[in-house]
Design a protein around this ligand. Structure first.
Ligand code: KMH
Ligand code: ZN
Length: 311
């Protein structure tokens, strides 16, 4: 373990669906484009690929295993990156529907959202005029009234259903209270150390993306979990690269990808997921850290291995 402790794991969240309407032509939503961008992101240095699926015709969020299968198999053939399947799905779906893809494919990792919140991005509805698909404007505008439901009962149901698959969770914590939810669930025996926490920052409805808040999240996690956790930062929008840089200097790991930010620098849209991965990799390495390979990420996070997935 000591050999890999100073490595930075880069996760790339390739398409998203919960809060990522297709407001950039670079955002992949077809099977082919998701597969191609995921493979390119892995080649650029991402050792974990966090994946959602979309209905190819409409670009709408999908939790149908049939919408995951075409790109999962292609990615697996071309790359040894760890596949992390979202259980976030969409704001309007039940937990039973949302966990179906992770259970069907018995992935090495999947997300686990650690609390209910008004996950909102409604201000975007006023800022954009050109929507690619008909459903997008209403979905975005109505997010001010939607609860992203992740109750303790939901979390227990997801953890118990997925337990036989030995999936490592990316615990998405959008605020300090979610760390306490996670501690409660750990004490109840739902999750095993070492847990992997994603500090999610800058989502409206959750904690803001700034360094004071990151330090507070980290100190709180230290207090609650001691040495029993690994951590990473995902900051939405323009805060993505700056807070990932800070996290990497604090000993944490990083998540980038078009799911969380369509930008490569302030006001400039990214061309691809790989461009964001290459940028954070360059920064991480120039500042003195090494980037973890997929096998190093497996060792650090104690994953079951790519030979034990069902795709
Ligand atoms: N895009 C993140 C802010 C999930 O997929 O379960 C939320 C997310 C949740 O990644
Ligand atoms: Zn996601």
């Amino acid at each position: 373990m000591a050999r890999t402790r100073n490595k930075t794991i880069i996760t790339c969240a390739v398409t998203g669906a919960i809060h990522t309407p297709t407001m950039s032509d670079a955002l992949p939503y077809t099977y082919d484009d998701i597969a191609r961008q995921a493979i390119d992101a892995a080649e650029a240095g991402a050792s974990i690929l966090h994946l959602h699926a979309r209905t190819n015709e409409t670009g709408a969020p999908s939790v149908e295993p049939n919408d995951f299968a075409p790109f999962l198999s292609r990615i697996k053939q071309a790359s040894d990156a760890v596949i992390n399947i979202s259980t976030g799905g969409s704001l309007t779906l039940s937990i039973q529907d949302r966990i179906r893809p992770a259970a069907t494919f018995s992935a090495e990792m999947c997300s686990m959202n650690m609390g209910s919140m008004n996950f909102s991005f409604h201000p975007l509805a006023k800022r954009y005029d050109n929507w690619k698909f008909d459903w997008e404007k209403d979905y975005v505008a109505n997010s001010d009234g939607n609860i992203f439901r992740n109750t303790f009962r939901d979390i227990r149901e997801a953890a118990e259903t997925l337990a036989p698959h030995a999936i490592k969770f990316e615990h998405e914590c959008y605020d300090v209270g979610h760390l306490y939810n996670l501690k409660f669930c750990m004490d109840a025996g739902l999750f095993k150390a070492p847990i992997f926490i994603q500090f999610v920052m800058g989502i409206l409805g959750g904690i803001g993306a700034d360094i004071d808040n990151l330090v507070f999240m980290k100190k709180t996690a230290d207090k609650l979990f001691g040495d029993d956790y690994r951590w990473s930062v995902l900051a939405a929008g323009n805060a993505q690269i700056p807070l990932a840089t800070t996290a990497s200097q604090m000993g944490g790991n990083v998540r980038v990808g078009l799911e969380d930010s369509l930008f490569i620098s302030r006001g400039q849209l990214a061309d691809s997921n790989a461009q964001q991965v290459a940028k954070i990799r360059r920064i991480v390495e120039e500042l003195g850290n090494d980037v973890a390979t997929p096998d190093e990420a497996r060792e650090i996070l104690d994953l079951k291995g790519a030979d034990r997935v069902s795709f």
